[in-house]
Design a protein around this ligand. Structure first.
Ligand code: ADE
Length: 361
């Protein structure tokens, strides 16, 4: 399998929004991807389903779909993966390509700004190949409309000539498979969503699954890790393999400098404490977000724009990066009038709720 990456613009865009002191400090736990992660991740990326840990329901569906496509000698249905960043959407797309014995071209919606970007990439595809478009909810209207006939009938509708002489040409395309990935399935237009045969939400990983990911990565990187060390890191990785893989390296550095290089529970906990990642995996920004709601807004509800302005973060980062895990862990609640800290959130940060606040839950 060959990965052809056309995502330089995409990563530049992501890096722009991360260029603040605060986001640099939060680099280890923020699941956004950096250039360093790109090469690191491709080195440790699982190639086959048997190496890919977690997402078992999705894997079972995919195995059957892939086998059926192979038996029918037809392209795989278009797939849409959604869910928080860092859960392995790109990795899974690469595994699928590998299992099919085909190539994958990886790009992202912000890199497909002009019609010729999407037309060029579609025309470069071959039968059975996979086109992976990250952040597909950010595709512009023109690009979307080019994709509709391409996905449905493997045609490009091109126009030639001017005014009265304008003609529409149907240019045949190879029978490719589109895999779209998004953190916001709701932001996708209905017609685009309807053209995917399988739509699946990736789940946060359990602590045990993350410990397996960590043990696998440690082995590939020649890091000496004990099972309790893997569990300690897993517990603070916010259900996200990309974060787990980043934390292993930080903990390993700490173990080499401060101890004997072996990552056990004690070393892992000490290292993670120095990174200000707490026992539930919350970092300084998570805690600042919840503390702000408790101290300034009496526990909420408070609007996301207000929170973003007060924290100096953008709304998208709070919605895509911080909130999903806080919601999943039950520390935060989303209501029509804004965000509220839950009783668990109060307890976790060591705050007491008033009787009146309690009565609102
Ligand atoms: N590295 C990142 N995600 C992984 C996964 N799901 N399984 C194995 N290794 C991984």
């Amino acid at each position: 399998m060959t990965i052809i990456s056309d995502d330089s613009k995409f990563f530049q865009e992501k890096d722009k929004s991360r260029n603040t002191e605060k986001s640099r400090a939060a680099d280890v736990v923020e699941p956004a991807v950096s250039d360093f992660d790109k090469s690191f991740e491709s080195n440790i990326r699982p190639k086959k389903f048997e190496e890919y840990i977690g997402q078992s329901a999705l894997k079972s569906t995919l195995k059957i779909t892939i086998e059926a496509a192979k038996k029918r000698n037809q392209p795989l249905d278009h797939l849409l993966f959604y869910g928080p960043p860092g859960l392995g959407k790109t990795t899974l797309a690469s595994v699928i390509a590998n299992e099919l014995g085909t190539k994958i071209k990886i790009t992202s919606a912000p890199a497909l700004e002009r019609p010729r970007d999407i037309i060029g990439i579609l025309m470069s595809m071959k039968d059975g190949e996979i086109l992976f478009i990250d952040e597909i909810h950010r595709l512009n209207k023109v690009a979307e409309e080019i994709l509709y006939p391409a996905m449905e009938d493997f045609f490009l509708d091109m126009t030639t000539g001017k005014a009265q002489t304008v003609k529409t040409l149907r240019v045949p395309l190879p029978k490719f498979t589109l895999i779209g990935a998004t953190t916001k399935a709701g932001a996708l237009s209905g017609p685009l969503r309807d053209r995917f045969g399988i739509i699946h939400r990736l789940q946060f990983y359990t602590k045990e699954e993350l410990a397996q990911v960590i043990t696998r990565t440690a082995k590939l990187l020649n890091i000496d890790i004990k099972p309790d060390g893997a569990m300690a890191i897993a517990g603070r990785s916010r259900g996200t393999p990309r974060i787990a893989n980043r934390l292993i390296k930080r903990v390993c550095d700490y173990a080499i400098v401060k101890s004997d290089g072996i990552v056990d529970e004690k070393t892992a906990n000490l290292a993670l404490d120095t990174l200000h990642i707490d026992r539930c995996g919350l970092d300084t920004t998570d805690r600042a977000l919840m503390t702000l709601i408790i101290e300034k807004y009496d526990g909420g509800p408070v609007g996301i724009e207000t929170l973003a302005a007060a924290l100096g973060e953008d709304v998208k980062t709070i919605e895509d990066v911080y909130e999903p895990f806080l919601l999943q862990e039950g520390f935060l609640q989303r209501t029509p009038r804004g965000r509220k800290v839950s009783p668990e959130g109060y307890r976790h940060l060591g705050y007491k709720m008033s009787m009146e606040q309690k009565s609102l839950f």
